[in-house]
Design a protein around this ligand. Structure first.
Ligand code: ATP
Ligand code: MG
Length: 434
């Protein structure tokens, strides 16, 4: 993408409503625009990160055997009256009426809709198990929307729902999602801690929240150090997670905490995911009984599994930023490379920049080419703000010798390399990231 043609309204000033780094940097780098309180438009740069995050989530859901569907965001009230949650949900639910005076709502979650959907087709135990998921907008009329997309009113959620015949099978579905979550967040370079959670309004009796460790997190986190190494070696299962201590502040009591001070990590966390075993709560109230073996009737056991897709992006920036801006991990970066031509009016730099831009694109490597005729200081600052993992700078002296400067945005290491070695170098980086 050529910067001169790209709609990316970066800001020099920090908007005063933004109190945490991710909110500031998302506004300043032109990723999002607040349309009204807690409701955002995603601009091209933000949209591209959103697409990358969604793709990773989708791939890991597919790998875990879940199937992609799409359900409506506008839901009829009668389904929620059936489950008994229409009144219980309270003011967070945005309610509306259609032209025929029927009560409708903007879905804050979709247990009712998915149960009704599956109940329309499944009549026998032979048709189960399966897990369905979608990635779409949810609306919760949060009393205090804040921190940008971290606590929005309209936000994107990945929500999955599993249907099994027995408790034992439902535990397997839960475990598969638990593992998929660990993999998903690892692919984004996010360190998450799964903590046993209070199942709360959604009900059921087993639940884990996935928290990204970050100073600006809204929850207090208390966990046994060992969990980090289990997670990093990919050996953290729900059983392990149950054996080790990890709790957020609403579940943690310092007086009864079984972990010694030396082994207890205390930090703040951002809840990016939440999984629940729901049991037969919804299938029973919504009258979804099916034929079991030997002429029996059974109510399917459900699980539900959410990821706050847009909140993940806030959590990524809280984790990966410095004084100058964002430092994207390669897997979610809007562009892998930021290319800066510091002298637009110079023939050598112009020729080399154009050649590199074309060859990067032909090699399938995403690149943002700052081709504007502006002060180089401003261009460097902008590129650091946007945070592509690799920056390539082309100046007149080096261009004459076919050389470019390559900077690693994370380590700030710079090296002068021959132009031809750039793509092979980046390709090995991409391979080692995967
Ligand atoms: P919170 O405790 O942060 O209000 P929740 O527990 O009510 O969230 P869930 O019902 O567990 O949320 O929803 C699944 C996921 O959706 C959460 O783990 C979170 O990542 C995300 N999420 C929930 N509410 C919001 C919001 N207002 N803005 C952005 N993401 C949200
Ligand atoms: Mg939750």
């Amino acid at each position: 993408m050529r910067r001169s043609q790209f709609f990316i309204p970066t800001l020099k000033e920090t908007p005063k409503e933004a109190t945490i780094p991710s909110h500031r940097l998302m506004l300043r780098s032109g990723m999002i625009h607040q349309t009204t309180s807690g409701i955002y438009s995603w601009l091209p740069l933000g949209q591209s990160v959103l697409a990358n995050v969604s793709r990773i989530i989708k791939e890991e859901m597919d790998n875990a055997g879940a199937q992609h569907i799409s359900m409506p965001t506008i839901q009829p009230a009668f389904l929620w009256e059936k489950s008994g949650r229409y009144d219980a949900y309270g003011k967070e639910m945005l309610r509306m009426r259609d032209r025929h005076d029927r009560d409708m709502l903007y879905g804050p979650t979709a247990e009712e809709v998915v149960t009704d959907l599956v109940a329309s087709y499944v009549t026998s135990y032979k048709q189960l198990p399966f897990t369905l998921y979608q990635i779409n907008a949810k609306f919760r009329d949060e009393i205090r929307p804040r921190f940008g997309v971290m606590r929005g009113r309209e936000f994107t959620m990945k929500d999955a729902y599993s249907f099994d015949c027995t408790f034992e099978d439902a535990q397997k579905s839960y475990e598969a999602m638990f593992q998929a979550y660990i993999k998903t967040f690892r692919r984004m370079s996010l360190n998450v801690i799964p903590v046993k959670a209070d199942p709360g309004a959604i009900g059921g009796n087993m639940s884990h929240e996935f928290h990204v460790v970050a100073e600006t997190g809204e929850s207090g986190l208390y966990y046994e150090k060992t969990i980090e190494s289990l997670r990093d070696t990919g050996t953290l299962t729900t059983t392990e997670a149950r054996n080790y201590y990890a709790a957020s502040d609403d579940m943690h009591d310092p007086d009864t905490c079984p972990i010694s001070k030396e082994n207890l990590c205390i930090s703040r966390g951002i809840e990016v995911g939440h999984i629940f075993y729901l049991g037969t709560k919804y299938t029973e109230v919504m009258n979804f009984g099916i034929a079991g073996e030997n002429n029996t009737t059974l109510y399917p056991h459900m699980g539900c599994y959410g990821i706050g897709v847009t909140r993940v992006i806030g959590a990524l920036i809280e984790t990966f930023h410095d004084k100058k801006g964002i430092c994207w991990p390669s897997s979610v970066a809007p562009f892998l490379v930021g290319l800066i031509n510091i002298r637009i009016d110079n023939e050598d730099t112009q020729r080399l920049a154009n050649t590199l831009y074309t060859s990067l694109k032909n090699a399938g490597i995403s690149v943002l080419y700052d081709d504007r005729n502006e002060r180089s200081g401003g261009k460097f600052a902008d590129m650091d703000l946007i945070g592509c993992p690799w920056q390539v700078t082309i100046g007149p002296r080096d261009a004459k010798e076919n050389k470019i400067e390559l900077k690693n945005r994370h380590t700030e290491e710079r090296q002068l390399i021959t132009a031809e070695t750039l793509i092979p170098f980046l390709k090995t980086q991409i391979m080692s990231d995967e």
